[in-house]
Design a protein around this ligand. Structure first.
Ligand code: DON
Length: 306
């Protein structure tokens, strides 16, 4: 695949979406992002790295971090994830990422690990397994990307906490059903801390490439079995972009995870990790420019999981 040519075409298509969508502002600190920024990067399983535009510029990882918290919670669990999957489902929710409605009728067990409710449960289990859930995510991202400066942005974390009524409501509701092992305050603190990590397309493709390598880390060691990596990719495909997961599969055809910082990390199993970033979001909370760029890349190359 001629990645430099594909990235150039993807960037042109993404830049043509200028003006469409809105920068997230329900977390006030995110509203300061440059709406016209755009970057994209590819890391292949053979160690090649390509980028265009603002691919090395840090942005708020937000929900893309949920991919890593899930992977680590599964990797560290000693029962193949059985306990974790009792507390969180793996079905698309068809609802917005911060919705509360299904929890009430579904006994405090969130539909999947990528909606906010499910990610809170995953953060809770990772906290039980490691004693420092956000630190575990940060350390993994640093190691895989080789970027020792990668860190939580305290201003974004504080902004999330100050405006986190919905997440607090979700966490308390889940706790009322006995589905949290740690205090609500601890879970929220670590959840905000991993969502508020500042990272770039470059860092994210390097950190996400373990899924393209079927579970093998940058240093050649195995984080998880091939079957576990397949399972994460499957949940990414069906739930990673929330109530737009069908549309994302239709357009892009890859497992992927979006965040309200505007990043989308997608996996081409056996070949590469691809990340695109643009802060303007559509109604489902997915980046307009990033989804367009990924759509262009898979459409032009003919490479997807289908
Ligand atoms: O909890 C929140 O609302 C944010 N920290 C993360 C939400 C998010 O990124 C949803 N993704 N599109």
């Amino acid at each position: 695949m001629d990645y430099p040519v594909l990235l150039e075409a993807a960037e042109a298509a993404a830049r043509a979406t200028t003006g469409r969508g809105h920068v997230a502002d329900y977390i006030p600190a995110l509203a300061e992002a440059d709406p016209e920024a755009f970057g994209m990067a590819v890391a292949t399983v053979d160690g090649e790295l390509y980028g265009v535009g603002d691919w090395e510029q840090p942005f708020s990882v937000q929900s893309v971090s949920k991919l890593f918290s899930l992977a680590l919670a599964l990797a560290y669990s000693s029962d193949g994830g059985e306990e974790l999957w009792r507390g969180v489902g793996r079905e698309p929710s068809g609802n917005p990422f911060n919705s509360l409605v299904q929890l009430e009728t579904e006994h405090g067990i969130p539909r999947n690990p990528f909606i906010n409710a499910g990610a809170l449960v995953v953060t809770d289990r990772l906290q039980s397994l490691t004693g420092d859930a956000s630190g575990a995510v940060r350390e993994f991202l640093r190691r895989e990307s080789g970027n020792p400066l990668l860190d939580t942005d305290p201003v974004v974390a504080a902004s999330e906490a100050a405006h986190g009524h919905r997440n607090a409501a979700l966490a308390h509701f889940i706790a009322s059903h006995g589905n949290l092992q740690n205090p609500v305050e601890t879970v929220l603190e670590h959840y905000y801390a991993h969502c508020a990590i500042a990272t770039s397309c470059r860092d994210l493709v390097l950190a996400g490439a373990f899924l393209a390598r079927y579970g093998v880390r940058t240093d050649g060691t195995r984080l998880m079995t091939r079957s576990e990596a397949k399972r994460i990719n499957a949940v990414l495909l069906t739930c990673g972009t929330y109530d737009a997961a069908g549309e994302f599969a239709f357009r892009v055809g890859l497992p992927g995870k979006s965040g309200v910082g505007g990043g989308v990390l997608a996996i081409l199993p056996g070949r590469a990790a691809i990340c695109a970033w643009g802060p303007r979001l559509d109604q489902a909370g997915n980046s307009v420019a990033a989804v367009t760029a990924l759509d262009t890349l898979t459409t032009l190359s003919g490479c997807s999981v289908f």
